[in-house]
Design a protein around this ligand. Structure first.
Ligand code: ZN
Ligand code: ZN
Ligand code: ZN
Length: 373
């Protein structure tokens, strides 16, 4: 299925115009992929999509990237200009923009993650233009996923769920975190992703560090093990799902106690999601349950993050956020409890705000599972 790139380009131009920005300059990254479907390499040679507030958008690429740009389908939606090794690509963009706008732009919005080298070159080349972040106008577009994007995230979630449902093949006492992670990484690809974004296997005390990666620690009987995994699908959409398992035999009783609390918190937070509530209140729904049970100090991060063409994007589901949820917003609900030096637990699902509530895109079991007994 072809994403509605024409529509996205038109909405981006209109948003720019509405914000008083004469042109958006988009270098490789999620914004470029969102707007024209081109997963360009971030190189020292300039690749840049220019979207004038009025007039036609165009893509400038190094001559040697022409074939790749055409193969991406981007050129079905925007015209292409190439630059040779000795040409000034920044001048080329400036000249074509001046043509489209009937004069040099007075204000430009640059990609949030454009390299500083390029920002400086554009500033020098387009003299006197005010600079702002393109994200300010693109964020409202990317924040609300249309049904085609929600479908893509649902497919990605199903793929990572299949990996979790196979965890019993790999996770058992006596194996190292690294060995388990290698198997999981392979399965992430086998189950349909084109790349592995991260594999966290946090056994025993390592589970108390939310962003622990993997180590050579050997998993012991009764260890709680936090498994947080995600990848990117061919269409660019990401998965991200965490389950906490127990290896081999029943876990320590202090773990079992807070796992039940965490599960209740995650369920409460998911159930709270609907249009019209704030991101803050979704965070609070989880935090309250954990605090009421006396574990508040051990929940040391926000409840969730948006997801789409990036693993972490807006909205942030965090204390104090007054972002009001709208249908189409997609984000994680991932409260955790971390007992330093002992163990930890996190449960994470991706959810989408529907017209009247919420849909969990990850649908696998959240009850504690003992594996490799
Ligand atoms: Zn994270
Ligand atoms: Zn995660
Ligand atoms: Zn996450």
């Amino acid at each position: 299925m072809q994403a509605p790139f024409q529509d996205r380009l038109a909405r981006a131009a209109a948003s720019a115009a509405g914000a008083g920005i004469d042109a958006l300059l988009i270098t490789p990254g999620a914004d470029l992929r969102y707007l024209v479907g081109y997963q360009a390499l971030p190189l020292e040679r300039l690749t840049c999509l220019a979207i004038p507030a009025t007039g036609e958008p165009f893509l400038v690429v190094p001559a040697l990237e022409r074939a790749a740009a055409e193969a991406s389908g981007a050129t079905d939606h925007v015209s292409l200009a190439t630059h040779g090794e000795t040409e000034d690509a920044f001048q080329l963009v400036a000249r074509r923009l001046a043509d489209a706008l009937g004069g040099s732009p007075r204000s430009i919005g640059v990609s949030d993650r454009m390299w500083a080298q390029q920002v400086v070159r554009f500033t020098d080349t387009i003299g006197g233009a005010t600079l702002s972040l393109a994200g300010d106008v693109l964020r409202p577009l990317r924040l609300r996923k249309l049904p085609d994007e929600v479908d893509a995230l649902r497919v990605a979630a199903a793929a990572i769920d299949r990996v979790h449902s196979r965890m019993g093949e790999w996770l058992r006492p006596g194996r190292t975190e690294a060995a388990v992670a290698r198997d999981i990484g392979e399965a992430i690809l086998v189950e349909g992703h084109t790349s592995v974004n991260f594999v966290i296997v946090g056994s025993g005390p390592n589970g108390a560090s939310p962003h622990h990666h993997v180590s050579d620690r050997v998993i012991e009987p009764g260890d709680p093990v936090v498994i947080d995994i995600g990848g990117t699908m061919a269409d660019g959409y990401c998965s991200d799902c965490t389950r906490t398992y127990v290896a081999g035999e029943q876990p320590p009783s202090d773990f079992a106690d807070y796992y039940e609390v965490l599960l209740a918190a995650q369920r409460a937070s998911c159930a709270h999601v609907r249009p019209g509530v704030t991101a803050h209140s979704v965070d609070a729904a989880a935090r309250q349950v954990i605090a009421d049970a006396g574990y508040g100090e051990l929940f040391i991060h926000r409840t969730g993050h948006g997801i789409g063409l990036e693993e972490h994007e807006e909205p942030w589901i965090v204390e104090g956020s007054q972002v009001v949820l709208e249908p189409g917003m997609c984000f994680s609900i991932e409260p955790g409890v971390y007992l330093p030096g002992r163990h930890g637990a996190r449960i994470e699902d991706i959810v989408v705000v529907t017209d009247d509530g919420v849909e969990r895109l990850d649908t696998i079991e959240r009850e504690l599972v003992v594996l490799g007994a």
